[in-house]
Design a protein around this ligand. Structure first.
Ligand code: UD1
Ligand code: CA
Length: 454
């Protein structure tokens, strides 16, 4: 059955107190609104219709482009009035209309599917999502008759004390029979207290015509969490974190102190990996099996193999192959690549460089635009001087080379295989395989081994 989706996001969000549109604030690595749009895309093959206010329209459009249809609600006359803005675009296009908000990131796809299925099988005027909760602040209350049928929804500001005591709450998510919705929307009348056109009054319009109103109760009340203030935002972040963390724990990943661990939705983790406190795995990050990450680690958009160790370090767009390790206090930047078994100790930085299999860089060194072969030893304080003030240049260090402490490699430069560089050298010219270089600027001393090579 064809389903259209309307996402309401035209509210003024005054309580959020932000210069930036509330729905563009990032939660779990993506804008709040992305969650609702992704749900709409999962449920319907048609683009969702997004109701936006004039103040935020341009910024939201700049972020989401053609993923949605935009309709503008200039005067903010309530949720019913917001849906009216989509009528001319959607009327006659589908049998069902799902309405949800742009600020409810914890809604589940399964829940919405249940809602649509119940609406379809019951041929009601609409099916609404409810929760039961003690603390009902801000929610509309569901009023039923003695037979248990839903009569109407009463907004908190309009409710009598007895109605306020009702614990069955309106989440604000509905699947309407499209015919009913479009034929009755214009019959909404301004509410007593706020003078708004309440979408919730569609329930009474249905019941008073003898039409049925169905409901689905969400068992997980976090699904109903709407973000009005930054306090709600923090609650949603915690709930999202918990949901994702539990999924990984049940999949065989150990999380020590999960409340301090962030795993964004795009991250994947292998079995028997252990994550220590205050570790944040962000973006499109992939981690293999039996790794140990953290504590105090941030990894973004990186790929980590099996049996790796990352201790108190920061990784951005980096790759670590199996059995490599880093830390404490290492920094892998964009394009850093530790090959199998490579070791990087404390206070190192690698950017756009490969540290070959089994190679070691133990103490405060910098590799930029470098290609380091296998089993190379880079001693403390080595630096690739990759930038001459105008351009970046490459450094190549071939297999088995030994770079002494405090060496400056002035790129472009190549250190041949098996060559040795004495401590404190400033290397400005290529060093042949197996040669020895030392001093400032470095002189090359041919060794027997090197002579044999040539
Ligand atoms: C609404 C429901 C309430 C429900 C609650 C759940 C109504 C009248 N009440 O109340 O029963 O328990 O949600 O969170 O619907 N919006 C517009 N244009 C407007 C007004 C609102 O686009 O003119 C959008 C907002 O951006 C927001 C959503 O609609 O995404 C809900 O608006 P809000 O003012 O938060 O509704 P509540 O008073 O919370
Ligand atoms: Ca709200």
């Amino acid at each position: 059955m064809a389903l259209s989706v309307i996402i309401l996001a035209a509210g003024k969000s005054t309580r959020f107190k932000s210069r930036k549109p509330k729905v563009l604030h990032h939660l779990g690595g993506k804008p709040l609104l992305d969650y609702s749009i992704a749900l709409a895309e999962a449920l319907s093959s048609e683009k969702p219709v997004l109701v936006v206010g004039p103040e935020t329209e341009a910024e939201i459009q700049a972020r989401f482009g053609k993923r949605v249809h935009y309709v503008r609600q200039t005067e903010r006359r309530g949720t019913g009035h917001a849906v009216m803005q989509a009528q001319s675009l959607l009327e006659g296009r589908s049998e069902q209309v799902l309405v949800l908000y742009g600020d409810m990131p914890l809604l589940r796809q399964e829940t919405l599917e249940q809602l649509a299925a119940r609406q379809e099988e019951s041929s009601a005027a609409l099916t609404m999502l409810t929760i039961e909760r003690e603390n009902s602040g801000g929610f509309g209350r569901v009023i039923r008759d003695f037979a248990g049928d839903i009569l109407r929804i009463v907004e908190e500001v309009e409710a009598t004390p007895a109605q306020r005591a009702i614990r069955e709450l309106n989440v604000g998510v509905y699947v309407f029979a499209a015919d009913f919705l479009w034929a009755n929307l214009n019959r909404l009348r301004p509410s007593k207290r706020k003078g708004e056109l309440y979408l919730t009054d569609m329930v009474e319009l249905a019941s008073s015509q003898g039409l049925r109103v169905m409901s689905v109760a969400a068992t997980d009340t976090t699904e109903a969490l709407g973000i009005n203030t930054r306090v709600d935002f923090a609650l949603a972040a915690a709930a999202l974190r918990q949901r994702i963390n539990e999924r990984w724990m049940l999949a065989g990943v150990t999380l020590l102190d999960p409340a301090s661990i962030t795993i964004e939705p795009g991250v994947t983790l292998g079995q028997d990996t252990i994550i220590h406190p205050n570790t944040h795995l962000l973006g499109q990050t992939t981690v293999g099996e039996s790794c140990e990450l953290g504590p105090n680690t941030v990894i973004r958009d990186s790929t980590i193999g099996d049996a790796c160790r990352v201790f108190a370090s920061v990784l951005e767009e980096a790759v670590m192959e199996d059995e490599s390790d880093i830390g404490p206090f290492g920094h892998l930047r964009k394009g850093a690549h530790l090959c199998q078994g490579a070791h990087m100790g404390n206070f190192g930085e690698i950017k756009n460089s490969t540290l070959g299999p089994g190679s070691k860089m133990g103490h405060f060194s910098y590799l930029g635009d470098a290609e380091v072969g296998a089993n190379v030893n880079i001693a403390a304080g080595t630096i690739t001087c990759n930038y001459d003030g105008v351009r970046k240049h490459r450094t190549v260090i071939e297999d088995g080379a030994f770079i002494g402490s405090d060496t400056m490699l002035v790129a472009p430069v190549r250190v041949g295989r098996g060559a040795k560089v004495g401590a404190g050298a400033v290397v400005t010219r290529d060093i042949p395989p197996h040669a020895l270089a030392y001093g400032v600027p470095a002189r090359v001393k041919q060794t027997q081994e090197a002579d044999n090579e040539q």
